[in-house]
Design a protein around this ligand. Structure first.
Ligand code: HEM
Ligand SMILES: *[C@@H]1O[C@H](CO)[C@@H](O)[C@H](O)[C@H]1NC(C)=O
Ligand SMILES: *[C@@H]1O[C@H](CO)[C@@H](O)[C@H](O)[C@H]1NC(C)=O
Length: 323
């Protein structure tokens, strides 16, 4: 474990050195962006995240998912954090936000940063750092990310169609992630974020009854696991089903669950059902270090999606309100 983390850290250092050429479009971002202007930014975020997760470890999943939703809609620009107003229904209020949580952690870090270095540290950077720190807290890989993202000025409910729904098959997932520049392998690695957290019954109940014209229950589910899911759903639409046996620990259990046909969402299980991605699932199930390395590289890349720099964005004073 320790060795794989060290190895991961060394490899990521190499990516960082190369990042100027590989991610030319985001030259405005730098690993040491706040070094002079707000040297304690990283520490403040990390301490805030650690304190919050010590009292509620389930929030690690929430932070990781929030960063994903942020980056897939309008780029990583904290648009997911904006509250709706009288004149604008924000992303947050989309049905796709289902159960996003953890906003208070970002607010808490932001308040401390505004006291230390007012107007400097963007909400988008705070969220990116918080997701990164949550992954490490939960036992996942440690890695450094570039900073310097600006916060966006747009957050609209109608933009959230860009998130993948849980009934997508592998072909559809490949297409959607491809549109964001991800390879098939990166898409599978990122799905591995479901090593953390839970889904509500409403996200998978369509697999349990009247699945399609020939099957009542989704044939890709193990029959015992289908019973487990039905038991969960007997407690209502909001009842929670952990994605794998260790909802608060970042590991490769998720991929082992897929091999046992115990994936919770159709979009999880399809990665094993489809021959094109089955080999990748098998590799990650067998080799956690490989999953960690691919995951951290894919997260690094996700954190650069359509990043706003300079005057294309702002540094919000309050993460819930556009300045
Ligand atoms: C591959 C396509 C994906 C689909 C279809 C998908 C869909 C979902 C759904 C439906 C839920 C459960 C929501 C609920 O019922 O409350 C969920 C939870 C979650 N997703 Fe994804 N997701 C995908 C990819 C990702 C990615 C790329 C990440 C992060 C890098 C991610 C992180 C999470 C986490 C951590 C949770 C658990 C949240 C919690 O416990 O609070 N997902 N996802
Ligand atoms: C998510 O959206 C629903 C409406 O679809 C809204 O009622 C709920 O408050 C939103 N959740 C959060 C955490 O913003
Ligand atoms: C995936 O879903 C799309 C849209 O429903 C469908 O056209 C396609 O045939 C499906 N692909 C597979 C391999 O099932």
């Amino acid at each position: 474990m320790v060795v794989s983390k060290l190895l991961g850290a060394i490899l990521v250092m190499e990516i960082i050195v190369m990042s100027g050429t590989r991610f030319g479009a985001v030259d405005g971002l730098r690993m040491d962006y706040y070094m002079m202007s707000c040297p304690f930014a990283e520490i403040i975020v990390k301490n805030t995240v650690n304190t919050a997760l010590q009292s509620d470890p389930t929030l690690a999943a929430a932070l990781v998912r929030m960063h994903f939703h942020d980056c897939f809609i309008q780029g990583c620009d904290a648009s997911v954090l904006v509250d709706s107003t009288k004149d604008n229904t924000a992303e947050k209020d989309s049905p796709a936000n289902l159960s996003l949580r953890g906003y208070e952690i970002i607010d808490d870090a932001k308040q401390q940063l505004e006291q230390q270095c007012p107007g400097l540290v963007s909400c988008a950077d705070i969220l990116a750092m918080a997701a990164r720190d949550a992954i490490f807290f939960a036992g996942g890989p440690v890695y450094d990310i570039p900073k310097g993202r600006k916060d966006g000025r747009r957050s609209k409910i109608e933009d959230t169609f860009n998130l993948p729904p849980p009934f997508f098959n592998t072909t559809q997932l490949i297409t959607m992630f491809g549109q964001h520049g991800f390879t098939v392998q990166e898409m599978v690695a990122l799905s591995g974020a479901h090593t953390l957290g839970v889904a509500q019954c409403s996200s998978f109940k369509n697999r349990l009854t009247k699945f399609d014209s020939t099957n009542d229950v989704d044939p890709s589910i193990d029959s015992n696991f289908a019973k487990t899911l039905s038991r969960t759903c007997s407690r209502g639409d909001k009842a929670e089903q952990p994605f794998d046996g260790s909802r608060n620990s970042f590991d490769n259990d998720y991929f082992n669950s897929l091999i046992r046909k115990a994936g919770v969402l159709f979009s999880d299980q399809t990665l094993y059902t489809t021959p094109k991605t089955r080999g990748i699932v098998n590799s990650y199930a067998m080799n956690q270090a490989m999953f960690f390395l691919d995951f951290q590289q894919a997260m690094f890349k996700m954190g650069l999606l359509d990043v706003k720099e300079g005057t294309a964005g702002e540094v919000r004073g309050d993460c819930r309100k556009i300045n």
